[in-house]
Ligand binder design. Sequence first.
Ligand SMILES: N[C@@H](CCC(=O)N[C@@H](CS)C(=O)NCC(=O)O)C(=O)O
Length: 207
Amino acid sequence: MSGYTLYWRPGTGSMVVDAALRLIGVGFDQVRVDDTSERARAEFLALNPAGKVPVLACAAGSVIAESAAILLALDDLFPEARLLPPRGTPAHATAVQWLIFMATNIYPAALRYYYPDRHTAQPTLEACEAIRNQAGRDMSRDFAQLAARIKGPFLLGQTMTITDVYAAMLADWHDPAKDLPEISLLVNAVLQEPAVAAAWQHHGFGA
Ligand SMILES: N[C@@H](CCC(=O)N[C@@H](CS)C(=O)NCC(=O)O)C(=O)O
């Protein structure tokens, strides 16, 4: 047993944590969270009351949920892996800014897009379609803001950070994002990194 356990499910935001662990090169166990039995559900809810993946359990005892929080914690634990630029630099601030921007804007919009019924008290067809359409527009607006800041091929220029992998993951959920040349270039560039390509494939992205 390794020191880390990633709770994951294909096609979900656990992809970027999988990629981060592979980039770091630390061994980790994986628990696929798709057992819907009451017992399995209760066990997972004890780890993350929100019932969502990704969750990372560390042998030292901490259990971390929220994709961006997990990535920041991994960067703290393994600064030499350079998931993010060195702390205290302008590049670090920029990478964290856009990571949080995506986690708090684009990721929730993707959830509204794919699960509109969860975002209204009256999930009629019309209400769901309206939520979906607006979520699609929100994602397109937010990706355009991000694209305008990409130096190319990565956000910060020639050096990939985990923020780039996060952007590629979200772009895979929103086809119009891939029509933006900066995003398309970024996705291609992150997939040149074998660790990212392995996590991408393992999670069934790009299908
Ligand atoms: N804010 C969370 C969102 C996590 C999330 O919504 N995960 C989805 C998969 S992409 C999930 O596990 N959903 C299960 C559910 O809602 O029951 C994060 O950044 O980690």
